[in-house]
Write a new protein. Structure first.
Length: 503
C-alpha cells in the first residue's frame, strides 16, 4: 500500500482525526486549501475570535511602527517577512510542500499601505472589525496565498498546541519528536519574535502540523477582490447617504462606454473604488453581515477537497497499486513518462478513475487536479519530478529528469482551453528546447463528445492525430459502464449516491 495521507503514515484511524477536528493532509504534496482569517473572526469559538484579535493587534503594532517613520531594512525583515509554514502541507505547491512564503516584496507593500491607505487600521468606524484581507483588495500581486501565509504564521502557536495535543494522545514516542520552532510568539516588550519547543509528529526530517478543518477554505478568501467588483451594486446600496450613493452611481455611468462589456464594467468599478477607497469598508461590512454564508461555503469546499483528494485519490492509488510493479517502472524518462501517462489514462477511462473529476454529478474542469493526480503516479520513482519549471520561456507543467542528459517535458491541457490550438502548436516544444529535453508530451483531458469533436478537428489541422506524444484522456461519465444495482436497493440511498457523483 502506498502511504499518502497523515493517517496512512502515522497509522491513525481516519475517524479519530475526524473527531479531533483536523484535516487529513497529504504528505506527498500540498492540497489546495488554506486558512481564511474571516472564519476566525466569524466563529462562535472564543479561541478563534482571540486568534483574530491577536492578528489585528500585531497589525496595529506594524501600523504604528510604519506611521512613526522609516523602518530599517533589518526590522522590516524581522517584523514583516515570514517563511511559508510548509509543515501544514496546505497551499499551492504541486511538488512536495515548499512555497515561497512572505518575502520583502510583501513586506514593503504592507508597510506602505499601513502608512497610507490603511492608516486607520484597527480603528475602523463602519465595519465590526479590522480585516487583514483589505490588503489584497488594493495591492496588486497580493493574493489569497499571501493572506493565508500571514494568517498561518500569526496563529502558528495555536496550530502547534493543537497538533501537540494530538501527538501526545494518539501517536507513539517513535512517531513524535521535541522540536524548537522559530517565530511562535511576539514579545511586545522586546519587540522580537520568540521560539518555543513542542512535541510534534515527525516525518521526512521535519515536523508535521495539523490544521482544524473549520478554519480552512478553498479557491479564495471570503473577503476578496472578485467579489468587491461583482457585488458593487449591493454594497453601494447599503451606504446610508442618499446623495453620496447617487453621486457614485452617476460617476460610474459617466465613465462607462455605451453598451459596456462585462470587462469594461468591472474596470470602471475598479476605478471608482480606487478613487473612493472608503467604499471598501462598506463592502467588508456586507461580507460581515453575510458571515454565515462564508461558513457554509467553506464547509462545502473542504468536503469537496476531502472527497476529491482523500477518498477518491485513495481509491485511485489502490487501483494503481494493483497493477504489476507500477511504481517500479524503469527505462529512460521518455519511456517512463509515457508509460505512467498511459497507466493514468487507463485508470481514468477503464477503472473508474474518471469519478475523481466529478462532484455532485458535474465535471470539475481544473488542470491542477490532474497535475496532483499525475504527481501521485510518480511516487517512488528514481527520476526527479519538478513542477512549473521555468527555463527561461515560461513555466512548464512538469519536467521529468535523470541528470543533465535525460529530460522529458509534460504539458496538461483541458479540451476546453481557449488557447488549446496555439498551445498545442508551440508551447511544449518551446519548453523542450529551453530545457534541452528529449521529448515533450502533451496530455489533453475531455469531458464530453462535443469537446472530443472540437479537439479532434484541432489535432487533424495540426497533423497531430495519433501522434505518440499527444495523449487524450476520456473523462466522460456518459460512456462508462455503471455497476449493476440490486433490486432491493433503498431508493433514498441510491439518490444520495448518484447526487454525490459516485456511480
Amino acid at each position: 500500500m502506498v502511504n499518502v495521507h497523515f493517517t496512512d503514515f502515522f497509522g491513525v484511524n481516519p475517524e479519530v482525526l475526524e473527531q479531533y477536528g483536523a484535516f487529513n493532509v497529504s504528505l506527498i504534496n500540498d492540497l489546495p486549501l488554506f486558512v481564511d482569517p474571516f472564519l476566525l473572526f466569524n466563529s462562535d469559538k472564543s479561541e478563534y475570535q482571540d486568534l483574530h484579535s491577536a492578528i489585528i493587534q500585531y497589525l496595529r503594532f506594524l501600523r504604528d511602527k510604519s506611521m512613526a517613520g522609516g523602518i530599517r531594512e533589518g526590522l522590516l525583515h524581522s517584523w514583516f517577512t515570514f517563511p511559508e509554514v510548509k509543515q501544514n502541507w496546505l497551499g499551492f505547491s504541486l511538488i512536495g510542500n515548499s512555497g515561497s512564503g512572505l518575502g520583502i516584496k510583501f513586506a514593503r507593500a504592507l508597510h506602505l499601505n499601513l502608512n497610507s491607505i490603511f492608516a486607520n487600521f484597527g480603528d475602523e468606524k463602519i465595519t465590526k472589525s479590522s480585516h487583514l484581507e483589505k490588503l489584497c483588495l488594493i495591492e496588486e500581486g497580493v493574493g489569497k496565498d499571501n493572506i493565508s501565509d500571514f494568517t498561518t504564521n500569526l496563529i502558528k502557536h495555536y496550530l502547534l498546541e493543537f497538533t501537540q495535543r494530538f501527538a501526545l494522545n494518539y501517536l507513539s514516542r517513535s512517531q513524535r519528536r521535541r522540536v524548537t520552532v522559530s517565530k511562535v510568539h511576539f514579545n511586545y516588550q522586546t519587540e522580537t519574535w520568540v521560539s518555543e519547543q513542542f512535541v510534534l509528529p515527525y516525518l521526512y526530517d521535519d515536523f508535521v502540523l495539523l490544521t482544524p478543518k473549520d478554519i480552512l477554505t478553498k479557491d479564495d478568501t471570503w473577503i476578496n477582490k472578485n467579489d468587491l467588483l461583482r457585488d458593487f451594486d449591493d454594497f453601494v446600496t447599503s451606504i446610508p447617504n442618499d446623495q453620496l450613493r447617487s453621486q457614485l452611481n452617476n460617476y460610474l455611468i459617466s465613465i462607462l462606454p455605451d453598451k459596456p462589456t462585462r470587462k469594461e464594467r468591472l474596470e470602471a468599478i475598479a476605478r471608482v473604488i480606487r478613487e473612493n477607497p472608503f467604499l471598501i469598508e462598506y463592502f467588508i461590512l456586507l461580507k460581515e453581515e453575510r458571515g454565515e454564508q462564508a461558513v457554509a461555503l467553506s464547509d462545502l469546499k473542504v468536503e469537496e477537497t476531502e472527497d476529491l483528494f482523500i477518498s477518491q485519490v485513495a481509491h485511485f492509488i489502490d487501483t494503481l497499486s494493483q497493477e504489476s510493479k507500477f511504481y517500479e517502472l524503469t527505462g529512460d524518462t521518455v519511456e517512463e513518462t509515457r508509460k505512467r501517462i498511459l497507466y493514468l489514462k487507463d485508470v481514468i477511462e477503464n477503472k473508474g478513475g474518471y469519478r475523481l473529476f466529478y462532484l455532485k454529478g458535474e465535471p470539475v474542469r481544473r488542470e491542477t487536479d490532474l497535475h496532483i493526480l499525475f504527481r501521485l503516479t510518480w511516487f517512488g520513482t528514481p527520476s526527479d519530478v519538478s513542477a512549473e519549471v521555468n527555463d527561461g520561456r515560461g513555466p512548464a507543467d512538469f519536467k521529468i529528469s535523470r541528470g543533465a542528459w535525460d529530460k522529458t517535458i509534460v504539458e496538461f491541457k483541458l479540451a476546453t482551453n481557449r488557447k488549446l490550438k496555439q498551445n498545442l502548436a508551440n508551447q511544449a516544444e518551446i519548453y523542450q528546447r529551453a530545457s534541452n529535453a528529449d521529448a515533450a508530451l502533451k496530455v489533453i483531458i475531455y469531458f464530453s463528445e462535443a469537446e472530443l469533436e472540437k479537439l479532434s478537428a484541432i489535432l487533424e489541422e495540426l497533423l497531430l492525430t495519433g501522434h505518440p506524444n499527444v495523449v487524450l484522456i476520456d473523462a466522460r461519465d456518459d460512456n462508462k459502464l455503471r455497476p449493476q444495482l440490486p433490486d432491493n436497493l433503498d431508493i433514498y440511498y441510491y439518490m444520495k449516491v448518484v447526487f454525490h457523483g459516485r456511480l
